[in-house]
Design a protein around this ligand. Structure first.
Ligand code: NCD
Length: 339
């Protein structure tokens, strides 16, 4: 799929006055809105230091986690985030649900709508699934994309940019390298959009040509095939998993060779700045894309990413719910104004 294959979802994501009402993709969202997500998430992190970690922002609301693809971190942190906002949370187990008996996605959704749900958190193997659902379900239900095929993973991009901002401060001075299976990575696609919008001046991609999108030049980023060149003096190194489940043909000679050339080891990390941080969205494959001593080393912020995921998801859930409520009261007002 080309990098621009899915249409801009900015309109459907925003209310008439520019508030977030769905969160489907980073594409088309203005810098001010991304910054508002980061600032709101920061305020939720401060809340985590308190003895009572709950706020009533989503009290009385029902959030349904609809994960059609496997997940550990994303699903559990969405659940925790919803609970910390005082929502009621339903986790639909797709493998034991009626979807496995042949019920269509739309029929499943219509039934969940009939239970007066307020928010669907959706992960699906098809690119565009969250967007499709946002177009088909009642407009009052907020849809949050928790990863669709290789298209987008916007909350991951926001928790990654939050982690970078908390460790490195402003984005304006930073050199950031994204390394590995960029071709199949929804994380990379959303991250590129987020870092570009937030103003990172030096964003680099490092991968063999077989793991780069064909139209990579159109992105206007610096692209490298060698770690020694691409990692030189960077502040942030983001490693990606080799996503075999999305590879139709063999794109690599062997895992061993990939590790030799692109695996992040202590030696290769020396090309980066001495205080560079190392990130990975997980699940990590030790000895495939990263060595254990780097993954567990003092420059690694991989577990911070997980903690920051809760705060970012709380921010996105509370902001979309706020947007939904404004949109509904505006629509009611408009109805009242009609002669
Ligand atoms: C990522 C995903 O699912 O896209 N993981 C995650 O959400 N933590 C990356 C991956 O699976 O490699």
């Amino acid at each position: 799929m080309g990098l621009a294959a899915i249409k801009d979802s900015s309109n459907i994501q925003l209310t008439d006055n520019g508030q977030l009402r769905h969160f489907l993709s980073i594409e088309g969202l203005p810098k001010a809105l991304l910054t508002e997500i980061l600032d709101t998430a920061d305020s939720f992190i401060s809340m985590e230091q308190q003895s009572v970690k709950k706020v009533p922002l989503l009290r009385g609301k029902t959030v349904v986690n609809l994960f059609f693809e496997s997940s550990t971190r994303t699903r559990t942190t969405f659940e925790l985030a919803a609970k910390r906002l005082s929502a009621d949370v339903l986790n639909l187990n797709i493998s034991t649900s009626a979807t496995s008996k042949g019920e269509t996605l739309l029929d499943t959704l219509k039934n969940l709508e009939a239970m007066a749900s307020d928010m669907f958190v959706v992960r699906h193997s098809q690119s565009g699934a969250a967007h499709f659902i946002a177009e088909k379900v009642t407009p009052n239900i907020a849809i949050i994309n928790a990863g669709d095929g290789r298209h987008a993973h916007p909350t991951q991009a926001m928790l990654d940019t939050l982690t970078v901002r908390r460790h490195k401060g402003d984005f304006k001075q930073l050199s950031v390298a994204i390394v590995g299976d960029i071709l199949h990575s929804r994380v990379a696609r959303s991250l590129i959009q987020a870092f570009t919008t937030l103003g990172v001046p030096d964003l680099r991609l490092i991968a063999p040509n077989t793991l780069l999108p064909v139209n990579v030049d159109a992105l206007g980023l610096r692209v490298f095939n060698r770690m020694a060149d691409g990692l030189k003096d960077v502040d942030v190194v983001i490693m990606l998993r080799l996503q075999y489940e999305r590879m139709q043909t063999a794109l690599l000679p062997s895992q061993h060779e990939f590790y030799q050339l692109y695996g992040l080891t202590r030696d290769k990390l020396k090309y980066a700045k001495p205080d560079a941080i190392v990130m990975h969205p997980g699940p990590i494959n030790r000895g495939v894309e990263i060595s254990s001593d780097v993954a567990d080393g003092k420059q690694s912020v991989i577990l911070d990413q997980v903690s920051n995921g809760i705060a970012v998801r709380m921010a996105v859930m509370s902001m979309t719910m706020g947007g939904q409520m404004t949109q509904q009261s505006d629509s009611l007002k408009r109805l009242g104004d009609e002669p």
